[in-house]
Design a protein around this ligand. Structure first.
Ligand code: FAD
Length: 390
């Protein structure tokens, strides 16, 4: 039985409608019953719990905002945010799988795919029959994806794709990949590539201390022939991948706070139960300072993403606003995880409690989808109009 008591210091639940609270409860219950009992073991063994995928699909976690006519859940961005928060309360790696599937695979097909591509792929991605991954980062191009070397040449009704992608979530088991590559004119385009196409391999990346329950790998294209009707016709240039990242970063802004909320809640319970020097450690000022600061930062983060959801629903959230929220939520979560771990003393380093796993996971979350520093520079550019990073 999970004892989770989600912090809601400013009574934000009152601003979330009945329907959204029901959605949250169903994800929370699933996380309690299906994810939490297995996640520590899978993380310790560095294995992806693939048995969770059908349940995730059933909950509508794959493409929550994609319209129902394409198999999505047709929900708004508040619902999407709440779902990601609950999921990441369980584990950032499992939330990553949902983010990739919904925001980085289904979204580009929905936004930029042909009608035929949408009808063919989206329903199967929504129900988990097909799993996808998103290939943007390359070995020598991370923060600067526009410098990518992966490219394709024209060959009749096919293209020939060469290059490689690195650090790709879900790559080892994905059935399809959205690959961003340069066309013969040097412009970035998206392609839907399928496992089994000749010249395509997805070696797994091992030795990760972070996101251990998420599978990461490379995408290698060696004179890979891809039919031309697998190119996403609706977008050319970096706007394509960046708009997908915008969707995913929005979910991460909500999600990372879920990990923070779990760490905080665990620390509060421990501080009240654990006694030293004849009284609960929660009775010492230094521990109270930690808990009070954690709750303050979490509450500020919750208010930020709640407002961001409203802006996103009205199609008014700017990429820079999303950058600010992603950076703030992940930094808050990392800080909360580190403080919470200290509250637990030695117990904090064990798998008996979720804190160390959250903390290690967040070390990836602070780097992927735009690093902490790059997001700061995006805010700086928004303020000054001067690009300090490229
Ligand atoms: C577990 C995991 C899963 C991932 N999943 C995916 C995925 O599914 N798909 C995908 O495409 N990618 C994925 N990534 C890759 C991720 O997006 C990149 O790691 C990220 O963009 C940073 O790139 P990099 O690691 O090459 O770091 P670099 O770009 O080499 O940066 C290294 C450091 O330099 C700093 N830096 C870089 N440029 C500047 C600058 N101009 N000014 C100041 N500082 C700068 C960065 O902030 C960072 O601190 C994943 C990464 C991880 C760890």
């Amino acid at each position: 039985m999970s004892q989770y008591n989600a912090p809601d210091y400013y009574l934000l639940d009152e601003l979330i409608g009945e329907e959204h609270l029901l959605i949250r409860d169903s994800v929370r219950q699933w996380v309690n019953q299906q994810l939490l009992p297995v996640i520590e073991d899978y993380a310790q063994r560095a294995e992806f719990p693939s048995q969770l995928l059908p349940g995730m699909a059933q909950l509508g976690l794959f493409g929550p905002t994609i319209p129902e006519e394409y198999g999505g859940a047709g929900l708004d961005y508040l619902a999407y945010g709440i779902m990601m928060q609950e999921l990441e309360r369980g584990d950032s790696g499992i939330r990553s799988t949902a983010s990739v599937q919904g925001s980085l695979v289904m979204y580009p097909i929905y936004a930029y795919g042909s009608e035929e591509q949408k009808r063919h792929y989206l329903p199967k991605l929504a129900n988990g029959e097909l799993m996808g991954c998103f290939g943007l980062t390359e070995p020598n191009h991370g923060s600067n994806p526009a410098g990518m070397l992966t490219r394709f040449e024209d060959d009749g009704d096919q293209v020939v794709l060469n290059g490689s992608k690195m650090w790709i979530s879900n790559a080892p088991f994905a059935d399809i990949a959205i690959v961003w590559a340069k066309n013969p004119e040097g412009k970035v385009q998206g392609l839907i590539v399928e496992r089994g196409m000749e010249g395509f391999s997805t070696p797994e990346t091992h030795n990760k201390w972070s996101l251990r329950a998420s599978a990461t790998g490379e995408l290698v294209f060696d004179h890979m022939r891809v039919p031309k009707n697998h190119i996403l016709p609706g977008v050319t240039g970096m706007r394509g991948p960046l708009s997908c990242l915008n969707q995913a970063r929005y979910g991460i802004a909500w999600g990372a706070l879920g990990a923070a909320m779990d760490c905080y809640d665990t620390a509060v319970r421990y501080a009240i139960e654990r006694e030293q020097f004849g009284k609960p450690i929660g009775g010492f000022q230094l521990q109270q300072k930690k808990l009070a600061e954690m709750l303050t930062e979490i509450t500020k983060g919750q208010l930020l993403v709640w407002r961001l959801a409203t802006l996103k629903n009205e199609d008014r959230a700017t990429p820079a606003q999303i950058s600010m929220a992603k950076r703030n939520s992940v930094a808050t979560a990392l800080q909360v995880a580190r403080e919470a771990r200290q509250v637990l003393g030695a117990m904090g380093i064990t798998g008996e409690y979720p804190i160390m796993r959250h903390m290690m996971n967040l070390e990836s979350v602070v780097t992927y989808e735009g690093t902490h520093d790059i997001h700061l520079l995006i805010t700086g550019m928004d303020i000054t109009g001067i690009n300090a990073f490229g």
